[in-house]
Design a protein around this ligand. Structure first.
Ligand SMILES: [Zn+2]
Ligand SMILES: [Zn+2]
Length: 445
């Protein structure tokens, strides 16, 4: 799709389009003084307006000048693409935001594949553009007329959602944002790719391990078949993506799944969310080490999450600072309203130990393992992570915690959680026999 002003109507127009493309503001201004109507010209073949060219090439100043002259932001080119779509395609975040500010419509469909600007951002993997469009969708009339959830899951002419496109192209960060905004993890495509493919099929086809991880952590179903009856595992095997196949094998250990149906999980503050997401990826990585042992694939360097807890702190900590469930990690999460604390790993184990029913997404809400009161909120524990010579700030809340916790150490919910934690395998650095069992299954295909 050429965004270059290949053939203007005249040499005058041609020079103007060239100036827009190259960001030559002085030249653009002088052309506009000579002939203000030039703004309404477009290139001959692609019918690109100056606004399209500025958006595709990230020429923010020129784009702003054009919009200031009350040019409509939703001009269409030959393929009914808007400047907003081109900005999303090329990752021009500043131009994209300026267009949104000017009232560009996020719910336009091109005539190539029937795609929206959200499809473009997802397909080309421009995370910042994706987030900006989603933010706009929450605050524009689209949310009222269409509904936000429907917009996130909007299908193109072949039945592909933005999530399908991000999985097909291998953009795990885009998957993460889309899933966090309510994208349906196991939706089948229409005609796109192989009929009935889920995002997991598409990630498996491309061999995108990080995408497979992300989708599994959001509850993608490894047993869902496409229209030809294939599960993602078979798709990955056929393409010789061994590491993906190992994780997709329905016989290998189930990954931890982000408990999105729980109300207090969807209401997490960003800091608590980052801690729990890091714990989830951590636990799944531990599990993967064993699953992938038999493959030639070596693990990538760990993803760095904001707010990730340094494990060295945990291993140096005295038992006063430790989580009273696993005695391995520092308490970082506080249950409200009761105020009991535990580590992020144990919190997740508490919320994840039963996988939600994929058809109803029903998940029974867990109770605080210490006092069995219902959990209203999860927040980051107020106690600071241990710093050198800063032990005093810890001992007090920890003592309190210990005495609170000891009251109900024998309760059945506590025991249940301990065994749930055990079945997840190791939450820190120790090995686990249980995960190795799952691995044995893997070694015998
Ligand atoms: Zn713990
Ligand atoms: Zn409690």
């Amino acid at each position: 799709m050429g965004q270059a002003p290949s053939c203007g109507r005249s040499s005058h127009d041609h020079n103007f389009f060239k100036a827009v493309e190259g960001g030559d503001l002085a030249m653009v201004e002088s052309s506009l003084r000579m002939d203000p109507e030039i703004l309404h010209q477009s290139t001959l073949y692609d019918r690109l307006s100056p606004l399209h060219i500025a958006a595709a090439n990230g020429r923010l100043e020129i784009l702003s000048r054009i919009l200031d002259r009350s040019v409509h932001p939703d001009l269409l080119n030959r393929h009914k693409q808007t400047p907003l779509m081109l900005a999303a395609m090329h990752g021009r975040i500043a131009c994209l935001q300026r267009l949104l500010q000017a009232g560009a419509n996020i719910l336009m469909f091109d005539s190539l594949h029937g795609r929206t600007c959200l499809h473009y951002a997802a397909y080309y993997g421009h995370l910042d553009c994706l987030q900006a469009i989603l933010a706009a969708a929450r605050s524009t009339p689209v949310a009222d007329s269409w509904g936000f959830a429907r917009f996130v899951n909007v299908r193109d002419g072949n039945g592909a959602t933005p999530l399908h496109l991000a999985a097909k192209q291998g953009w795990p960060n885009c998957l993460h944002i889309l899933l966090g905004n309510g994208a349906l993890v196991s939706a089948p495509t229409g005609r796109y790719s192989y009929q009935g493919s889920t995002p997991l099929h598409l990630a498996a086809r491309g061999g995108y391990l990080d995408c497979v991880r992300e989708l599994l952590a959001w509850g993608a179903d490894r047993k869902q078949r496409d229209s030809s009856g294939r599960i993602p595992y078979i798709v990955a095997l056929k393409r010789k993506h061994r590491a993906c196949a190992a994780l997709l094998n329905p016989l290998s250990a189930e990954p931890l799944v982000w408990p999105s149906p729980l109300k207090f999980m969807s209401e997490l503050k960003p800091d608590a969310k980052a801690l729990l997401e890091a714990a989830l990826m951590d636990a799944n990585r531990e599990r993967e080490k064993n699953i992938l042992k038999g493959t030639t694939y070596s693990l990538p360097s760990p993803v760095h999450w904001e707010g990730e807890i340094d494990n060295d702190n945990a291993s140096e900590a005295t038992d006063m600072e430790l989580c009273c469930i696993c005695f391995d990690q520092i308490c970082t999460i506080e249950v409200q309203d009761c105020g009991h604390q535990m580590c992020a790993h144990c919190t997740l184990a508490l919320c994840c130990h039963s996988k939600p029913n994929p058809s109803t997404l029903c998940l029974s809400a867990p109770l605080c393992p210490f006092c069995r009161s219902s959990i209203a909120r999860l927040v980051v524990a107020k106690t600071k992570i241990k710093e050198e010579g800063d032990k005093d700030s810890f001992s007090k809340p920890c003592k309190l915690r210990k005495s609170q916790n000891s009251n109900s150490e024998g309760s059945s919910s506590f025991k249940g959680l301990s065994s749930a934690v055990g079945s997840l395998g190791k939450m820190g650095s120790r090995g686990s026999g249980k995960i190795a069992d799952g691995c044995d299954m893997m070694d015998k295909p």
